[in-house]
Design a protein around this ligand. Sequence first.
Ligand SMILES: [Zn+2]
Length: 187
Amino acid sequence: MHALVLFLTFFIGFCIWIFDHQFQLAGFDKNRLFYTQSDYGLFQCSTPCHNKTYDNEDFIHKMLKETKDNKIPSYLIPKCPICGKEMTTNLRCDDKFVEDDGWHKAANNYQKFLEDNKNKKILFFELGVDWNTPGIIKYPFIRMTHQFDKAFYVCINNGDNYVPDEIKSKSLIVEENIKKIINSIKK
Ligand SMILES: [Zn+2]
C-alpha cells in the first residue's frame, strides 16, 4: 500500500529523461516533463549550427510510408533549414546535443518543482535506470533522498541495484520486471 500511495504521488509530480517520447504520446502534461538527455520526437542540426529543435512526427510518418528495403528516398533525409546539413535526433551522445529554449524551460520547471516540494513528502521513483549514466538520474535521486527529510526512493529494476546505507530506511528496491509491477499496482 505504501508503494501505491507513492506511485500516485508520482503521477501528479514530475518526470525526467524520457527519450522515446512515450510520455507525451500517453498524454502526460508536457510542462511536467524534463527530457534531460534526449527526445527522439525532436530533430536538431547535426553540426549544430543553431540552438533549436524541431518536432519530427510528420517527417517520421513520411519516412515510414516511403521505406523500402530498410531505406528511405534521399529527398526524405531531413536537412537543416539554416545550413543545409543533415539533421539528427536530439540525443545527448556527444558534445553536439542542442539544449534549446524548450529544454531550458523544462530544466527550470524541474528545478522549481524540486524547490517547491523538497520539504513535502516527495517520491523519487526510478524505473529501469541502469548504470550507464548514473550522474543524470540515479545519483541525484539518491543524494536528494538523503538531503530531503520526507523524501523516499523507489527503484524498480530487473537487477544490478544498489542503495547506500545512508538511505536504506528511506528506500524500496524492487528487483522485478517493471511491467509486472505496474500491472499489479493497477489491479
Ligand atoms: Zn545547421
